[in-house]
Write a protein that binds this ligand. Structure first.
Ligand SMILES: [Fe+2]
Ligand SMILES: [Fe+2]
Length: 176
């Protein structure tokens, strides 16, 4: 009792108030914050901390992806053909996101240099992560413009409320 963080309480409230699948863009934003924290650690060349934060980011985004595939995509399939929104595009991007994070984890965990060496390694990782960021932004845009508005169109208010509540508040149970 009373152990929830401010972030957790806000998320509870967001989950209760969510009325559109576009509210999941807040979830994207919150998850990406963890990635930025990871990059802050990288900039300080604290590779062990950067790795822990990257793993935390991975747990959160994978949970989100799993829920989209489990709860959202079955509803989305009712839409039939959506231009630029073939379900395989979403599944494919989810797959690429997971693979990219796996690659980044390997690179970050292999770095233990010191001094100038560590700086160069951090620069190289940030370069790789710029490409990852492009992938994430591209995916977010597709969901913002196609997946989420289509789901809003296909569902009743009651259905939306039920699913969003489950999906948004579930991020609370993902260990940081
Ligand atoms: Fe998403
Ligand atoms: Fe997604």
């Amino acid at each position: 009792m009373g152990t929830k963080t401010i972030k957790g309480r806000n998320r509870d409230r967001n989950a209760r108030q969510a009325t559109s699948f576009l509210d999941l863009l807040n979830t994207h934003h919150e998850i990406f914050e963890v990635f930025l924290e990871h990059q802050e650690a990288l900039l300080r060349e604290d590779f062990p901390l950067a790795l822990r934060r990257l793993k935390s980011y991975e747990r959160k985004i994978k949970r989100h992806i799993r829920e989209e595939e489990e709860f959202l995509m079955p509803i989305y399939s009712r839409a039939g053909k959506v231009p630029g929104g073939d379900p395989q595009l979403f599944f494919g991007e989810h797959q690429r996101i997971a693979e990219f994070i796996d690659r980044l984890k390997k690179i970050v965990s292999g770095r233990k240099g010191q001094g100038r060496n560590a700086t160069r390694q951090a620069i190289e990782i940030l370069y790789q992560e710029a490409m990852f960021r492009w992938l994430i932004e591209h995916h977010d845009e597709r969901e913002k413009h196609i997946l989420y508005p289509t789901l809003d169109r296909l569902t009743t208010a009651a259905e939306r409320k039920r699913i969003l509540r489950k999906v948004i508040s579930s991020q609370l149970s993902v260990a940081s």
